[in-house]
Design a protein around this ligand. Sequence first.
Ligand SMILES: C[S@@+](CC[C@H](N)C(=O)[O-])C[C@H]1O[C@@H](n2cnc3c(N)ncnc32)[C@H](O)[C@@H]1O
Length: 224
Amino acid sequence: MSAPAPNPVVAPDHVLALLDRLHKESLTQENALPSTYLASGGFDDLMRDKFIALDQDKCQFVYQLARATGARNIVEIGTSFGVSTIYLALAVGSNLDRLGGEGKVVATEKEHTKAEKARQYWQEAGNDLVTRHIDLREGDLLETLTKDIPQIDLILLDIWAPVALPALKLLEPKLRSGGVVILDNSISSATRYKELLEHLRSPKNGYTNLTLPYSKGLEMSVKL
Ligand SMILES: C[S@@+](CC[C@H](N)C(=O)[O-])C[C@H]1O[C@@H](n2cnc3c(N)ncnc32)[C@H](O)[C@@H]1O
């Protein structure tokens, strides 16, 4: 029998169990969505009670990346119920313990009910481990991210397509040299992210790009 796949996430059992539970709930919801949901009207209404969490293997990759790069300041574009945020907060907490200094995960969610639920899950994970490393900005991120953004090590773009490029452009002046941008669904949603992918891949914008072969694709771009 082969060994289970390794999990890089260093956290107490109750946090690992919480993450497993939330990913399962998210997948159950996604599997019940109509196949046409991306094109359906009332998209925000449909998504208001849905996790749409970043896949577990992608979350583990982003966690590992944040640990490897010693990321202290991360901006999460699209928080929903805060599943990927838990991974980012754990990574930032470990990096601050190891390297010292200050840092935060700036999280963003426009739906108040989703933000409330995210806070509950973070509390369940633990204030010391997770909540205290998160600065949740509630409201439209094109307004909430206009001030008090530190120099950024890592940006996670996990958001509806129309707002992805404007969000990145807003944050780019704060993205450090060597900073990383991760974009979910860069293969399955390549058409919807056309302008964003063109921006990331245009030589004049100074990124190196790699499409990681996760399900539906995960773009990793490094600002040089
Ligand atoms: C794909 S979900 C994020 C999932 C999350 N990263 C996770 O892994 O649990 C995208 C979220 O972005 C939020 N959102 C969409 N447009 C937004 C905007 N303009 N400002 C802030 N949040 C927005 C949606 O309400 C939704 O909850």
